[in-house]
Each structure stands twice: as C-alpha cells, then as structure tokens.
Design a protein around this ligand. Structure first.
Ligand SMILES: [Mg+2]
Ligand SMILES: [Zn+2]
Length: 499
C-alpha cells in the first residue's frame, strides 16, 4: 500500500523558507505530491519560490495567523495524510523516506488507531557558552509535546474536529490544543523516526516580552480543556503566579503613593523589586552573562510581570467562556435558481442569467478559505421537454463565468412524475457530492431558497440553511433549521462557525 501525504508549510516569507524548500528538493526519494506553501503575509508581492525540481503550490491567506494558515493549507490537500512543517525547520536528506516509513507503520499495524505522527527535532546551540534566554526558549521545542513544527495528521481526523482553533492567533498553544482534541493524551499521537533541525532565529530585545501574549492563549486552553490542561498537554505552567504577585505589589505601591500612604507604598515597591530581581537573577544565571544579555534580561524582567498580567486579563475578558471550536464547513452545496441567480422559471437562455447581489464576493470568501463548492440543482424543465440538456449546460456555463469555478454542478434533469431520488428533497445528489469528495456529512452544508433544499439536506444528514425569497412559503421558513437573509449573511455565519 502506498502512503499518500501532502506537505503543508505555513510561512511569513522568512528566508528560512527557501532553505527548507531546497532541503525538500534534495531528498533521497522524490516527493509524491506538490508541496503546499501557505503564504500568511497580509500583503506584498506573491512569493517567488523560484526554479525548484519539486512542485510547489502557493496559497495566499491575507494574514490571520498560523492556525488559519494551516487550516487553509490542509483544506487544499486531497491525500489521507497531511504533513505540516514550520518554515524554519531543515529536514534531513532522508526525511521524506523516513516520514513515509513512519506513516506506513501506522497504516500497517493499526492495533490502535493513531491519528498523528510527530517528527524528532533538534535545536543546535553554541557549545562555547551558555545559551541565551531566547536560545533556551527555542531549545524547549526539542522536548515539547505535539508541536506542529514537524507533525503529520490523518486528514479526516483534522476535518472532523474543524481543524486548528483560529482563536489562537499566534504560534503558541494552537498545536497542543488540536492534539488534545484529537486524543493525544489517550495515545493517539506517536513520535516517528524522521528528524529535522530547527536553527535559532535572530531575535531582538523584546521577544520575551512579546511572548507574554501567550498568557491569553492559556486562558483559552483552560476554557476549552478545563483545569488540569497543563498536565494533559505536557505544558509547563510557567511563572504566572509569581508574575501576578509582582504586579500586585507594583500596583499597591502606585495606589498607595497616590493616596499618600507612604509606608504601604514602600512595602509595595519593595515587593515589586524583590519579584523583579528574582526573575532577572533566575534568567541571567541560566545564561551566558554577557553585558548585552544582562542588559536585555534586566530590561525585560522589569516589564514581563506586568505584561503577563495584562495578557491574562485580556484573555479572561475574551476567552473565559469560549465555546468549543466548530470551524467552518469543508463542502458547501448551493442551490442555483433563487439562491445564486435570479429565478427565471424553466430558463434555457444564458443571456437571462443574473447573479443575486453580493453572491460572487461571498463565494470567493469561501474559496479563499479552501472550502469546496458545488451546485445542486433541480432542472425539471429538461424532463418536461421545455429545454434541452445543452441549453441547461449553456446556462450553467454562464453561471460559472459570472460566479467563478465550482467543483461540480450536480443536476436532476427529471420531472416530478419520474419519482427519482435525485430531485430535491431527495438526498441523492447531496450523497453523491459527499461520496465524490469524501467529506463527512457533519462537515457539509446545503444552502437553498425553498423547503425542498433544506429537506434534501436533512435527508442526506447535512446542515441546511434557508435563504427565503418572496416566493418561499411561510411554513417552509418556520420549518427551516436555520435561515439567513441572503448568501452574504449565510457565509458570514459559516465563517463564524455557525452553520
Ligand atoms: Mg431555488
Ligand atoms: Zn432526478
């Protein structure tokens, strides 16, 4: 059995991307599928990946963070496995061969179903001095569980849980969160034999301060996974409690000073100073103790407790009651007449095709997320002998010309008298769409303007959204599981995880 996986690399266009692509182009065995590079820069020219002996497909996200970039990446894949690589790792020359061997083991010996395989990672550090704070932070990747720097997942398992939680806006907890939702703490993810190197990137004075934003992500982790998530995620709790105490002392000092209570102000100031000195001492003692590193540690240690506290409060405000992540649909099925274009009964004339307002933009937003789109339409005019198949084709071609590509146009040509199962509210066309894409019914939506559209959805086990028009009957609106004023609103809801 051959092992099929697609490599997905989210990137901010850092120079390390080209080092990585070169390493993939120099593998001992050739890659089976094009590499998908997900360009997550908000703007700028398209990435020039240059002349490489491997196929690279570049997808742009417009920015949005690594969780969303990875989601867009895996939705573009069509293989049973997806292999995520961060854009700052360098795979060994045998990496791809070892990857295939790692995944083959999981396919050939499925005593227990395994959903993920993590690669081994090394962070080279200087051997002539102790590592800096920044270098130690990077080196901690070596022992971190379930990091996505080199992680392969079964695609259907990622899809089933709606992918990475895009409320994690930075590369910090989003990988541990997905791993836990996939059952990593129940043995669903193993470590393989393949190996990458993760060089330490250059840094500036303030990296450790910026990293405090991760405190807000910890609040989201707690909301999703409950107390005790640190242990389940094998994550360190860090110095949060000490930071809070230091910040509280500092706040006490300021408040007391303002209200003229000098003794209390002095006590608070001493408390703040003690906390700050302890933090700086700890960070300096573990490091190379050069003048530059000491300066950097003193500077940031004074600010880190307050920054950590601020981000904790920010996280509580934003995430304390966060609902489970649902993600967006993988497949959106669209009725044609009255949903995408004006309903012209029994139309066989492409010149009469008029898209409804905002539809093109709404569809393009779904396309940008990598959502698969199909049209599912009843054309009984063919069965009734009013128009020909060729006329119906010409109308569909015009729809595609105006509204962009669809993966398929699925059509029932029968009249109601034929009593077929493909005419909506029959489920057959939707089932056919699910079968041909391999998308699970839980991850698909059918959008239409009348009751038979949402009934077809129900019969096929997918979500239904009704967009009523003036022709839609009142009882159909009342019976619909979900209604929206138009496709624009329906897409807003889907992209917000409500569908
Ligand atoms: Mg319709
Ligand atoms: Zn039919």
């Amino acid at each position: 059995m051959t092992i099929e996986t697609t490599i997905v690399i989210p990137t901010l266009g850092r120079p390390s991307l080209w080092v990585l692509l070169d390493a993939l182009a120099s593998q001992t065995v050739p890659l089976h599928h094009p590499v998908i590079v997900v360009d997550d820069r908000p703007d700028g020219d398209d990435l020039a990946v240059g002349d490489l002996p491997i196929d690279v497909e570049v997808v742009r996200t417009g920015g949005g963070g690594p969780a969303r970039a990875r989601n867009i990446g895996w939705r573009h894949t069509r293989t049973p496995w997806v292999s995520f690589l961060d854009d700052d790792v360098v795979p060994d020359v045998s990496w791809y061969r070892d990857l295939i061997a790692d995944l083959r083991l999981l396919e050939d010996y499925p005593e227990q179903e395994i959903f993920g395989s993590q690669g081994r990672l090394t962070v080279p550090l200087p051997d002539d001095r102790r590592p800096t704070d920044w270098e130690r932070g990077t080196a901690s990747l070596e022992t971190s569980a379930w990091i996505t720097a080199d992680m392969s997942y079964r695609r259907d398992r990622i899809a089933a849980v709606g992918g990475f939680d895009e409320r994690f806006r930075r590369a910090f907890r989003e990988d541990a969160d997905l791993a836990l939702r996939l059952g990593a703490d129940r043995g669903r993810i193993v470590t393989g034999s393949r190996h990458v190197t993760h060089p330490v990137r250059p840094s500036d004075d303030w990296a450790s301060l910026r990293a405090q934003a991760g405190n807000a992500d910890d609040i989201l982790m707690r909301a999703i996974h409950g107390p005790g998530w640190h242990e389940r995620a094998k994550a360190s709790e860090g110095r949060r409690k000490a930071h809070l105490a230091t910040t509280a002392s500092g706040a006490l000092a300021v408040a007391s000073l303002l209200s003229g209570r000098r003794r209390l102000a002095t006590a608070g100031a001493l408390g703040w100073l003690a906390g700050t000195v302890e933090l700086a001492r700890h960070r300096i003692a573990s490091g190379p103790r050069t003048a530059d590193e000491i300066r950097r540690m003193l500077l940031t240690s004074a600010a880190i407790p307050a920054a950590a506290t601020w981000h904790l409060l920010r996280g509580i405000g934003r995430h304390h009651d966060a609902p489970p992540w649902r993600g967006i649909p993988e497949l959106v099925l669209l009725d044609r007449d009255g949903t995408l274009i004006e309903d012209v009964p029994y139309n066989g004339d492409p010149a009469l095709v008029r898209p409804l307002p905002g539809v093109r933009e709404a569809l393009d937003r779904l396309r940008a997320e990598g959502v698969r789109l199909m049209i599912v339409t009843n054309q009984s005019a063919i069965g009734r002998g009013v128009i020909s198949e060729q006329q119906a084709d010409a109308v569909d071609d015009r729809v595609i010309e105006l509204l962009g590509p669809f993966e398929a146009v699925l059509r029932c040509p029968h009249s109601p008298d034929d009593r077929c199962e493909c005419r909506k509210p029959g489920p057959d066309l939707i089932k056919q769409a699910l079968a041909s894409t391999g998308v699970h019914p839980d991850r698909a939506v059918m959008v239409g303007d009348i009751g038979s559209d949402v009934d077809a959805a129900k019969h096929a086990g997918v979500s239904g959204i009704l967009i009523p028009t003036l022709q839609t009957r009142r009882e159909e609106v009342d019976a619909a599981p979900r209604t929206c004023a138009g496709l624009v609103q329906a897409v807003d809801q889907m992209l917000g995880g409500v569908w």
